[in-house]
Design a protein around this ligand. Structure first.
Ligand SMILES: Nc1ncnc2c1ncn2[C@@H]1O[C@H](COP(=O)(O)OP(=O)(O)OP(=O)(O)O)[C@@H](O)[C@H]1O
Length: 760
């Protein structure tokens, strides 16, 4: 019966949709009335706190700060204009144990034994609305359940196969205070409950929407296998693999929001999310604020993990391979030591005057001293005091002074040390002989091929040396250089800072760990929050997106930021642009140590229609034979278009892009080989903001309504991992794909390049 009702309503039976929208509107109105009351309460608390500001005793001030903090956070969240503050509803059968949890909802997942009568009728015992934050009514009944609360889990987890207590799942679409639509999924179609069912389900509605240049959250349509990952306990390492479009990035970001909700105090230590490119950071960084979370999560490109450096260049694949390999550790250690000699200006000998006569350390003696100072593994800048001491010891020995009385000897020695070490000649010598080294200076020194060859002897081959030196002579840095700088930071140790200025009174004001969102937004405190962000080098949780692309040296860099952290790592080996997959896997193991890992696999492709996924899978079969493609969740009936470029590649690319712009409402991405990036931008000039040109490596993680993949063979031949990079390029479109064969492709009579032709 109910199933029949559903069918009728999906076919647009009467005013059911309008009636159901009106029902949800009523609920939303009630929620907003309650929110307004709570905003007034929070405002009252704020002004009350301001009055206490005049009280003056330390206890009152601390209480005031805590109160201002709490009220501010609250007010901020309430005032945020969420496009769809309330987005879900579940109608449930009576639960097994009839117990309620702290959020006011029944806790049992399973229906009571007698919840369903013999004639397959049942009553709805509980209706829960799900939203971005929880709201309780004056009588503590839940008006809205936070999507991360345990009571909201069935909204995401229930499936027709395992529905639990859920009879109907509804996604509510609203804008501001207006409900615009509802989409229902009936999870127990066999039951008669009298619930109307409207629409075709929320997932398909979400997937069909036009894309913009920023990622949307998926909070209203998270699927069961994704929910398992999002809510997995934060123990040690959570590893998620899955093909393109399976929601790995989305899931990782929602997990960050979930972890903060679960244990805000623990994660006040910060969550770091590492992304492969600045483009992917820009694409994803709006998701957490839309989930009501910001402040505690830093999303950074792997090339922006070291303060003061931004990677704005790319390395050729062969250079990246060398710079990313673990062999660079040895080269950098040699270089750091070598740089002690390079600083220049240190006289060959050290001469000082003591006790009225000259004393001198010869070049040979100095070399021995340096050798013994360097024994051990401490960072070079931290060895400077030791080097200074060894110099003073050696000079003292040269004075030939002997004392029978130990106390007198110690006194004399102390006087000697003070005299010598304040002498200009000695301090100048020390600065030149054991200079304080900065990572950038050492890295710059590697640009000299002869020097690098010396430091890399028996570690890198001559062609490798040439490549690395040449790449470092450019102005700017790559994401691989940033990992080298970070390694050097460890090899060299901290650069002694000039004396600290007076303590900032704000440092004392916020004893609370959760300085956070509210404090960040207070005018005048911005500078402090930025400073905190800069100073934070260790995090409580580290998320690595596109983990398959981190080089061993980058793993070391990221690993240093999460020594005591829990981890979420998402990636897909089939999309790796790193040529030595095994070396990267070893480095990952080293970064993660022996922490236990919990593994998940996502299996459904939500991005590409089946028609596009099929083309991509032919390339996957070449790139990683035997790898399973994820199952595309929908099909559009629109086949990829194949074209063959003529003499003017640029004009053909532009024409393809123009055609796609006319066919889709949202974005168009044009993917070219890395060395054509600038050229491609020129081809698309004037076509507007909906279209972008991307180098193959820049396309990682992004998506567009439509894409043009230009000259597949060029992309595939760019590097040893080229076929995997091409696989990435082919999996970016949500609706339409055009493949434009170039010079190096061998298209068949239908224009299909040989690389994209299924193997016989
Ligand atoms: N449950 C869902 N509901 C709605 N949209 C979803 C869902 N899961 C994923 N998507 C959408 O599918 C697209 C792909 O998601 P995402 O970028 O997170 O995938 P990915 O696995 O990281 O892909 P890739 O490996 O290609 O980078 C996004 O547009 C995302 O919003």
């Amino acid at each position: 019966m109910a199933a029949q009702t559903a069918v009728q309503d999906r076919q647009g039976g009467g005013g059911v949709r309008e009636r159901e929208i009106a029902v949800e509107q009523q609920h939303l109105d009630r929620v907003y009335r309650r929110l307004e009351e709570k905003i007034h309460e929070a405002e009252f608390l704020m002004s009350d706190a301001a009055k206490k500001g005049q009280a003056g005793t330390p206890g009152a001030l601390a209480e005031r700060d805590a109160q201002v903090y709490r009220a501010g956070v609250h007010l901020n969240r309430l005032n945020s204009e969420f496009e769809d503050f309330l987005f879900g509803r579940i109608d449930l059968l009576r639960g097994k144990d009839g117990k309620k949890g702290v959020d006011g909802a029944f806790t049992s997942v399973d229906p009571a034994d007698d919840a369903i009568r013999d004639d397959a009728t049942a009553d709805i015992a509980e209706t829960l609305h799900i939203g971005r934050i929880g709201v309780l009514d004056t009588d503590y009944a839940p008006l809205v359940i936070d999507w991360r609360a345990p009571a909201a889990a069935p909204f995401y987890r229930s499936t027709p196969v395992a529905p639990g207590r859920v009879v109907r799942r509804r996604v509510i679409r609203s804008k501001g205070r207006r409900v615009l639509g509802v989409e229902d999924d009936l999870l127990r179609p066999e039951l008669t409950t009298g619930l109307p069912v409207v629409g075709d389900g929320a997932l398909m509605a979400a997937l069909g929407q036009a894309r913009t240049h920023t990622m949307r959250d998926i909070v209203s349509s998270i699927q069961a296998e994704q929910d398992m990952v999002i809510r997995a306990p934060a123990a040690s390492v959570t590893e998620v693999t899955g093909g393109p479009g399976t929601g790995k990035t989305a899931v990782a970001l929602h997990r960050a929001a979930y972890l903060l909700y679960q244990d805000r105090r623990r994660y006040s230590g910060g969550i770091l999310c590492v992304s492969p490119t600045p483009l992917l950071v820009a694409y994803t960084e709006g998701v957490l604020p839309s989930l009501g979370e910001e402040g505690q999560v830093a999303i950074r490109a792997v090339g922006s993990l070291v303060d003061g450096v931004t990677a704005d260049l790319y390395d050729e694949p062969a250079t990246a391979r060398v710079k990313g390999s673990l062999r660079m550790q040895k080269v950098l250690r040699n270089a750091a030591r070598g740089c002690l000699d390079l600083a220049g200006g240190a006289p060959a000998t050290l001469r000082v005057v003591a006790f009225g006569r000259r004393i001198e350390l010869s070049a040979g003696e100095l070399a021995d001293l340096r050798h013994s100072a360097l024994g051990g593994t401490a960072p070079l800048n931290l060895l400077r005091p030791r080097a200074r001491r060894l110099l003073l010891d050696a000079l003292w020995r040269k004075t030939g002074r002997r004392f029978d009385d130990a106390e007198l000897a110690a006194e004399e020695r102390q006087g000697f040390d003070e005299d010598i070490s304040t002498e200009q000649d000695f301090t100048d010598f020390l600065d030149a002989w054991w200079p304080v080294l900065e990572p950038r200076r050492v890295l710059a020194a590697l640009a000299d091929e002869k020097r690098l060859a010396r430091w890399a002897r028996r570690v890198l081959t001559p062609p490798e040396v040439r490549r690395v030196a040449r790449s470092l002579r450019r102005d700017g840095a790559t994401a691989h250089d940033v990992a080298l700088l970070d390694e050097l930071d460890t090899v060299l140790g901290p650069v002694p800072k000039p004396k600290r200025r007076e303590a900032d009174p704000l440092d004392e004001l916020t004893g609370l760990d959760e300085v956070t969102t509210y404090a960040d937004r207070m005018p005048g405190r911005r500078a402090r929050s930025e400073r905190l962000d800069e100073e934070r080098t260790e995090y409580a949780h580290v998320i690595v997106d596109e983990a398959q692309d981190l080089t061993p040296m980058q793993w070391r860099m990221v690993g240093r930021r999460g020594r005591t952290a829990t981890w979420t790592i998402v990636g897909d080996p089939a999309q790796s642009s790193w040529s030595d997959v095994e070396e990267a896997a070893r480095a990952r193991d080293e970064a993660l140590g022996s922490r236990p890992r919990r593994r998940f696999t996502l299996t459904v492709n939500y991005r590409n229609p089946a028609e596009i996924a099929e083309v991509a899978s032919t390339v996957l079969a070449l790139a990683m034979p035997g790898t399973q493609s994820p199952r595309a969740v929908r099909s559009t009936g629109i086949l990829p278009r194949y074209e063959v470029a003529g003499d003017d590649l640029g004009a053909d690319v532009r024409a393809s892009a123009e055609r796609l712009l006319a066919e889709v409402d949202g974005t168009v991405g044009v993917v070219v080989a890395m060395n054509r990036r600038a050229q491609a931008r020129g081809w698309l000039e004037g076509l507007g903001e909906r279209v972008v040109a991307l180098g193959s490596l820049e396309a990682k993680g992004l998506e567009y309504d439509a894409t043009v993949v230009v000259a597949p063979a060029e992309i595939a031949e760019e590097s040893p991992a080229g076929l995997r990079v091409l696989y990435v390029a082919l999996t970016r479109a949500t609706q339409r794909l055009t493949v434009l064969a170039g010079d190096r492709d061998a298209p068949d009579p239908h224009g299909i390049p040989d690389l994209l032709t299924p193997l016989a």
